[in-house]
Write a protein of this length. Structure first.
Length: 343
């Protein structure tokens, strides 16, 4: 059984599409299958990671989301006799799906906010808390919807943390900063600047492999009065989330990892597609939403962190509600559906 995955990563695109597809690929491997990634961008660190996981990576130098992209992807999938084609990216639209289906391939389309307008996929997967059937009114009669956080795409390193219980200190001191694999707007730097206003912390800052600002972050972190550790190309994210008492994060795919790990979090909105997630998480008390990163000052970031460090009751509620929201079996559920559909 071959899972053929078309996704990309870069400083502009970020790493989220590929990383959540990696989670699905791992579950497919556990079901006895093989995963093949097709990427049009150069992302050396990610490609190394995928290969280390026993996955094949094919480079397709092509205009992202173009007709040619769809046709070449479909031809390769046919050549490999793929059981399923998985497509994940905001530049893949209705026409792209149509072309894949014209090649008589089974298509799983990963979507966040109904960006394609029309859908021809066999399955649409939207793992977000705001996922709603209304986003996909213009779909085919055969299209199946997998919506919501019971389909959260958590990577293999998270699976053995299912059922883990977090202990909550009266006053939190350990902070994890994780603002995406690329962070092109260097929001991490803004957060580090804000930390100068907070005393007595221990901090780990996760710097993604596609982040071009590492040296500036290293220099800024050396000026703080408390220990701050920069971690690059992290593969032990759940360990860091278990270590931390509080996180400050982007409101992207990491939100489901934080919820699963019961880590009380402050979220910032870094892109349009994160706004619904941030607002919904705040509405149900699974995170504190500080809003758009450019609308908030370093001082306000510091104040938000201080407040959550002291508020044990708020942290307890976030932990409990987060772990109810995401149980860690999402990838297994999806893999089972895909395998069953091929029988």
């Amino acid at each position: 059984m071959k899972l053929f995955i078309r996704a990309d990563a870069s400083t502009q695109i970020g790493t989220g599409h590929v990383m959540r597809c990696l989670a699905l690929a791992q579950a497919w491997q556990d079901a006895g299958g093989q995963a093949i990634f097709v990427m049009a961008t150069e992302a050396a660190n990610l490609k190394t990671r995928l290969k280390s996981e026993g996955m094949e990576v094919i480079h397709l130098p092509i205009q992202l989301g173009s007709t040619e992209d769809a046709e070449e992807t479909a031809k390769l999938a046919r050549q490999f006799n793929a059981s399923w084609v998985v497509v994940d990216g905001y530049y893949f639209g209705a026409k792209y799906q149509e072309i894949i289906k014209e090649f008589k391939l089974k298509l799983l389309f990963i979507d966040d906010y109904g960006h394609a307008k029309q859908y021809h996929a066999d399955i649409i997967l939207n793992q977000n808390i705001h996922a709603d059937e209304g986003l996909y009114i213009n779909r085919q009669p055969y299209t199946q919807l997998l919506l919501g956080t019971s389909y959260s795409l958590l990577r293999r390193e998270f699976w053995h943390w299912r059922g883990w219980q977090r202990s909550l200190p009266p006053i939190a001191k350990k902070l994890l900063v994780t603002l995406g694999g690329a962070d092109p707007d260097n929001v991490t730097f803004k957060v580090i600047q804000g930390l100068q206003e907070v005393e007595g912390l221990e901090v780990v800052v996760v710097v993604g492999g596609s982040n071009p600002h590492y040296e500036q972050l290293r220099s800024a972190s050396q000026k703080l009065q408390f220990p701050i550790r920069l971690e690059r190309n992290v593969t032990n994210m759940p360990d860091l989330m278990a270590w931390a008492d509080v996180a400050i994060a982007a409101a992207g795919s990491t939100s489901w990892e934080l919820a699963f790990m019961g880590l009380p979090s402050i979220v910032l909105i870094l892109a349009d597609n994160q706004q619904d997630t941030a607002e919904k998480l705040a509405n149900i008390n699974v995170a504190v939403n500080l809003g758009w990163y450019q609308d908030i000052s370093e001082v306000e970031i510091a104040q938000g962190i201080k407040k959550l460090l002291l508020a044990k009751q708020v942290r307890m509620e976030i932990t409990q509600k987060g772990q109810k929201l995401v149980d860690g079996y999402g990838t297994a559920r999806i893999a089972t559906i895909l395998v069953e559909a091929k029988k």
